[in-house]
Write a protein that binds this ligand. Structure first.
Ligand code: NI
Length: 226
């Protein structure tokens, strides 16, 4: 399942975050790639242990916790501390699939069920730089507004198109979901959304809403790995 989540950060929050990270020291992006993906990657990255990255990452994690659409879609068990990259003119990242397991700076591990990119640059400020994702339904080119996020299966082949004007700054990270299987997670999300829509009309206390909510939780109980 691929999902756009708008307004994860307000324009104000994006401006504050950009001010903090733009002033920091950026390094060669290949520091965090696996050996295979390093071959095709050309960008700059904020060192993950830098104060700027940790503070900006904490801001993003706090915003995600308050975002019901993100929670419903990702069913997060663990989130990798957000990383930040900058693609300038000529930079890009060729076709790759993200590594299955990521070691966090504190020594923990995250299984990468979902990949997320949070766009932090106004799309009018750069050309190129689309996130191109090949999934079972075809090829998608994604370029979102500053503060918007795209969530997609980490198992999909994807790339970042070369930048031809300006620069593209984004945050990216991975999510280990309570429900590893993408089809099951998508079904739960559809069911959750339908229950919420029906509940808005019928009222949360309606007997059929109570029964459908129970069915949702019984499926989640069966499939969740905690
Ligand atoms: Ni990737």
């Amino acid at each position: 399942m691929m999902l756009q989540i708008p307004n994860v950060l307000t324009p104000d929050a994006v401006a504050r975050l950009r001010a903090a990270i733009d002033a920091a020291d950026w390094t060669d992006g290949n520091a965090t790639s696996g050996f295979q993906s390093a071959l095709a990657k050309q960008n700059r990255q904020l060192p993950e242990n830098s104060t700027a990255a940790r503070e900006a990452g904490a801001m993003i994690l706090a915003a995600l916790e308050r975002n019901p659409l993100f929670i419903a879609a990702a069913l997060p068990a663990r989130i990798y501390p957000p990383l930040f990259n900058r693609y300038g003119v000529g930079d890009g990242f060729g076709d790759h699939i993200d590594n299955a397991i990521r070691q966090t700076p504190d020594g923990g591990r995250v299984r990468t069920d979902l990949s997320a990119t949070l766009f932090l640059t106004d799309p009018d400020d750069y050309d190129g730089g689309e996130l191109t994702i090949d999934d079972t339904y075809g090829v998608h080119q994604v370029k979102l507004g500053a503060g918007d996020l795209i969530l997609y299966p980490a198992s999909s082949l994807h790339r970042v198109e070369a930048i031809t004007r300006g620069a593209r700054v984004s945050s990216f990270f991975w999510i280990q979901s309570l429900v590893r299987d993408d089809a099951r997670r998508a079904l739960l999300f559809d069911m959750d959304m339908a229950i919420q829509r029906a509940g808005a009309t019928l009222g949360q206390g309606d007997a059929s809403i109570v029964s459908l909510t129970g069915a949702y939780h019984n499926l989640l109980r069966m499939w969740a790995q905690v």
